[in-house]
Design a protein around this ligand. Sequence first.
Ligand SMILES: CC(C)(COP(=O)(O)OP(=O)(O)OC[C@H]1O[C@@H](n2cnc3c(N)ncnc32)[C@H](O)[C@@H]1OP(=O)(O)O)[C@@H](O)C(=O)NCCC(=O)NCCS
Length: 164
Amino acid sequence: MIEVRRLTSVDRDLLRELRRRAVTESPEAFNTTVADESVLTASDWDARMLETAYFAGFDGEVPVGLAGGRVNAADWDLVSMWVASEARGTGLVDQLIGAVCAAAAAAGAERVGLRVVVGNVRALRVYERWGFVPEGDPERLPRDPSLTRQRMYLPVTTSTSKLR
Ligand SMILES: CC(C)(COP(=O)(O)OP(=O)(O)OC[C@H]1O[C@@H](n2cnc3c(N)ncnc32)[C@H](O)[C@@H]1OP(=O)(O)O)[C@@H](O)C(=O)NCCC(=O)NCCS
């Protein structure tokens, strides 16, 4: 069974390794490159962990997925969404999105937003299934202006947001 837990400061190297795997395996999905992230220092990763709540999925001891949530004005953003190829189709993606949405609601956010590269059909299917709705026009991906990405938002429930 795959379990999800929030990463803490002691998981910095694990986060770095998960990101390396994610960006190596799915470079088209992210607005970064392995080269960009490989130059980040330990303190850069510590800073990321302070601004972003990261959740990872573990199949036993083996990490097989990642998602992060961070404040963006009055909303939260869902970032770094990735499930390892061997864990796709298991429902882990839903556990990870659920963890980020719960954290956002508990922190008082009313919406969770994300950016998805246009043409990433598999990710789009998941977000639509969750009820994320496109907002605004697609924008060019800074890393590769030949690609575009779409903003999407999901309201998080009032009852959950009262948990703060
Ligand atoms: C996007 C991602 C997190 C989704 O997790 P997953 O475990 O693969 O998701 P699922 O297996 O539940 O599949 C999601 C949907 O895509 C469909 N799907 C599966 N394979 C597909 C394919 N090759 N092409 C199109 N759709 C596909 C599934 O049927 C499912 O649709 P449904 O909910 O209507 O049945 C995962 O594929 C991933 O990490 N991809 C690479 C990184 C990435 O794209 N991250 C998102 C950045 S915004």
